[in-house]
Design a protein around this ligand. Structure first.
Ligand code: FES
Length: 159
């Protein structure tokens, strides 16, 4: 799809989201969440439409979108690898897992591999503390990570 058509489609869908929230109090965050849910990230055309619809400056909307780590202003990779960095996982070797992920993928937190394969994200408790250390690969929870299982996960997310 040509870029202009794609931007027009994003703007139109975003306008509908803005309209639904326009009369509520503090609509910006819910709108950003819903738009991200829709597209998987916050494309520039969506941020422009939100700013116009709420009568806010573009810099203001962009500032909020980049302030919170939950929001993504770049498309995510084909896979998302979330490593739990909360207490129970840390106590069970989660930091080693986290460091290994960063080193072997060559990524820092919230970064996406240049080939678009994977985005690496920290997460603070996946509710799987009894099976620490834990991670999430796309929508799949993985507990009791040991070196071998984690090596398989790293191979999987590189595809
Ligand atoms: S602390 Fe890692 S899953 Fe709860």
């Amino acid at each position: 799809m040509p870029v202009q058509d794609q931007d027009a489609r994003i703007a139109e869908q975003t306008r509908l989201v803005v309209e639904r929230h326009a009369t509520t109090e503090g609509p910006l965050l819910p709108i950003l969440h819903e738009v991200q849910e829709e597209f998987g990230w916050l494309p520039p055309a969506a941020l422009r439409t939100i700013a116009e619809g709420l009568n806010l400056g573009r810099a203001e909307v962009h500032g909020v979108a980049t302030f919170y780590h939950d929001f993504r202003t770049e498309p995510a990779g084909r896979h998302r690898l979330k490593i739990c960095r909360a207490e129970a996982c840390q106590a069970m070797g989660g930091e080693r897992i986290a460091e290994r992920a960063r080193a072997e993928l060559g990524l820092d937190w919230h970064e996406t591999a240049a080939d678009g394969s994977v985005t690496l994200e920290p997460v603070y408790c996946l509710g799987l503390c009894a099976c620490a250390p834990a991670a999430m690969v796309d929508d799949r929870l993985e507990g009791r990570l040991d070196a071998d299982r984690f090596a398989r996960i790293l191979a999987e997310v590189r595809t």
